[in-house]
Write a protein that binds this ligand. Structure first.
Ligand SMILES: Nc1ncnc2c1ncn2[C@@H]1O[C@H](COP(=O)(O)OP(=O)(O)O)[C@@H](O)[C@H]1O
Ligand SMILES: [Mg+2]
Length: 403
């Protein structure tokens, strides 16, 4: 069963079709969407994940900048990723939220699929964490609050995000977060059925998934706990260079906090990193998270309107300033030779769910429009691990990618 188009029609102005020849339209007054890669000038590579390459492009007729996500059909088919790619494209087309990256157009040619996304100029949270080491709790709570709103929105639409991590959390030009990369998201999710696909990024995977059972939206709240811990300390809570060790720590190691962490932060992390998904904070309602004392200063309505002062404003010299993107990518040529080897710092695990499709599996891709057990709290300093991670990051950024 491939992803089916949504029938919810959130907004009355939206309609769409998956007819291969027809584009998805948001309202009648929109110009026809570009269907060709030639409509854009390619400027520079912004990033590369497991399957995709993302390039900064300028639309030739309007001069507007976008991030073009390119997936090579051959790779997707080989990696049994077709269903996930369609889910990504559907989720992007249907979602409009201040803290999610917006899909402007999608099209394809013989070899590739293209998604034209709004450009998030502020770069990955990973980049900022690498630069700063860690964030103070005020800054971390600001990003965490915006992530809560984004995840809650996705959950309300029957979507589990499944890949929350600093590489997929971008900053826009104003310093607000934008989640990108719905390539592993579960679409049409029903909590009663649960999800079973083993996928995600090792550091952020929840215990119930590692155990091989089914899981639900609480998987995203576990990942939020992991990312929040990482923002405050510089490292995910159960991090190890050895993946098996890390998995076993996620399943059973005691949760340790550095002494400088506030009581409120520890309490929230204790709740989010509860191994039993039914007892995890957020499992019953997002309000459990929103009302937590760590967020007592957050006016959720104002946050949603983006009218709160951001803790950090990206310093951009121009619209096409790419100084918040890793030179490892931006110094590459923007020609999409997909022959290069993968060069990501963290390996994403390929999802295992794949359902054979007959005929052209990419029909309907094109789009146009705009619109366990409780962890034990232990006080312990963790500077050793932070140092270890910094070293790891430095080694990675100083060694050239394999060509
Ligand atoms: N809209 C965007 N604006 C700026 N950079 C982006 C955007 N989307 C993706 N990127 C960059 O490209 C990288 C890879 O994109 P992503 O969608 O995460 O691909 P993958 O599915 O291969 O992980 C991101 O981590 C980020 O650095
Ligand atoms: Mg990604």
């Amino acid at each position: 069963m491939g992803p089916s188009p949504s029938k919810t029609g959130e907004s009355p102005t939206r309609r769409y079709s998956i007819d291969p020849e027809e584009e998805i339209l948001f309202g009648k007054s929109k110009p026809r969407a570009p269907r060709k890669v030639e409509a854009f000038d390619k400027l520079v590579v912004l990033g590369q994940g497991s399957f995709a390459k993302v390039i900064l492009v300028r639309k030739k007729d309007t001069g507007k900048l976008y991030a073009m996500k390119i997936l090579k059909k051959k790779d997707i088919a080989k990696a049994k990723e077709i269903e996930h790619t369609f889910a990504e494209r559907m989720i992007l087309a249907e979602s409009r939220h201040p803290f999610l990256v917006n899909l402007e157009f999608a099209f394809q040619d013989r070899d590739n699929l293209y998604m034209i996304l709004e450009f998030a100029n502020g770069g990955e949270m990973f980049f900022h964490l690498k630069q700063d080491g860690y964030f103070n709790e005020k800054r971390a709570s600001f990003y965490a609050a915006e992530i809560v709103l984004a995840l809650d929105y996705l959950h309300s639409k029957g979507i589990i995000y499944r890949d929350l991590k600093p590489e997929n959390i971008l900053l826009d030009r104003d310093g607000h977060i934008k989640l990108t990369d719905f390539g592993l998201s579960k679409y049409n999710f029903k909590e009663s059925k649960g999800a079973k696909t083993f996928c995600g990024t090792p550091e952020y995977m929840c215990p119930e998934m590692l155990k091989g059972g089914s899981y639900g939206k609480a998987a995203d709240w576990w990942a939020l706990g992991t990312v929040l811990f990482e923002m405050i300390t510089g490292l995910p809570p159960f991090y190890s260079d050895n993946q098996q060790v890390m998995f076993s720590r996620i399943l059973s190691a005691p949760l340790k906090f550095p002494p400088y962490m506030s009581r409120a932060a520890k309490s929230l992390l204790f709740g989010l990193l509860t191994r039993d998904p039914k007892k995890r904070l957020g499992a019953r309602s997002v309000d459990e998270i929103k009302k937590h004392k760590f967020f007592s200063h957050v006016d959720w309505k104002e946050f949603k309107k983006r009218s709160v002062r951001v803790p950090f404003v990206p310093k951009l010299k121009s619209d096409d300033d790419i100084s918040y993107f890793d030179p490892i990518f931006t110094q590459k040529t923007a020609i999409e030779s997909f022959e290069e080897k993968k060069m990501r710092k963290k390996r994403e695990l390929a999802p295992t769910s794949y359902h054979a499709t007959s005929g052209d599996p990419f029909v309907g891709f094109s789009y146009g429009g705009s619109p366990g057990s409780m962890p034990r709290i232990m006080e312990e300093s963790i500077p050793h691990d932070v140092e270890e991670r910094r070293r790891r990051m430095e080694e990675e950024s100083s060694s050239p990618p394999p060509e």
